[in-house]
Design a protein around this ligand. Structure first.
Ligand SMILES: NC(=O)c1ccc[n+]([C@@H]2O[C@H](COP(=O)([O-])OP(=O)(O)OC[C@H]3O[C@@H](n4cnc5c(N)ncnc54)[C@H](OP(=O)(O)O)[C@@H]3O)[C@@H](O)[C@H]2O)c1
Length: 172
């Protein structure tokens, strides 16, 4: 059996200042964004930082959930725990061996993305052209590192009046 090498992908949403979080939560609620997140990640292993997991509060169904923490005592039901990014990627790859085009999805937050950005090959990025208030930024993202594969400008009538674009980017 041939085992295809998985693609390391990331899925994040940010505002025009690269803001991604506020007091442990998402700074916005955009109609359709959760459905889009679900459509891209369903069936794939997802890897998240411990704070992001705690903000979601439960494992996301239909996906192997891998949570990264340095705390050796931390555990939660229904998730795999990893203590390093490398360990998380190998647990996720083991979980996705059946897929012909395996994709390991890093889903935040900013701390985990900063570690994972150098080895991320594909980025599903949602941009919201608005300045929200918050405290967590995707500082590790730089447009010049990426080339655009697809750009899907959403109709503001479907996004609560906000200028939302769904990008698929690959490392330049
Ligand atoms: N807009 C979006 O697309 C999006 C997506 C996800 C999250 N968010 C938001 O982002 C915020 C959370 O982000 P954050 O940066 O504060 O936290 P985070 O990245 O979710 O979690 C940070 C924690 O994860 C663990 N960790 C991270 N990298 C690690 C590594 N390489 N090795 C071992 N452990 C590692 C550590 O856990 P321990 O402290 O337990 O050791 C660290 O304190 C929230 O507001 C959330 O809502 C937004």
């Amino acid at each position: 059996m041939t085992i295809n090498k998985p693609v390391v992908a990331m899925m994040m949403a940010m505002d025009r200042n690269r803001l991604i979080g506020s007091e442990g939560q998402m700074p916005w609620h955009i109609p359709g964004e959760l459905a889009y997140f679900k459509s891209v990640t369903m069936g794939k292993p997802i890897i998240m930082g411990r704070k992001t997991f705690e903000s979601i509060g439960k494992p996301l169904p239909g996906r192997t959930n891998v949570v990264v923490t340095r705390n050796l005592d931390w555990s939660a039901e229904g998730v795999l725990r990893a203590h390093t990014l490398e360990q998380a990627l190998s647990l996720a790859a083991e979980a996705d061996q059946a897929s012909p085009e395996p994709e390991l999805m890093i889903i935040g937050g900013a701390a985990l993305c900063a570690d994972a950005m150098p080895q991320t090959q594909r980025l599903y990025l949602t941009t919201i052209d608005h300045a929200f208030d918050g405290d967590t930024w995707l500082d590790s993202f730089h447009w010049e590192d990426w080339r655009v594969v697809t750009e899907d400008v959403r109709d503001p009538a479907t996004t609560g009046g906000l200028a939302v674009t769904y990008w698929v980017l690959e490392k330049a």
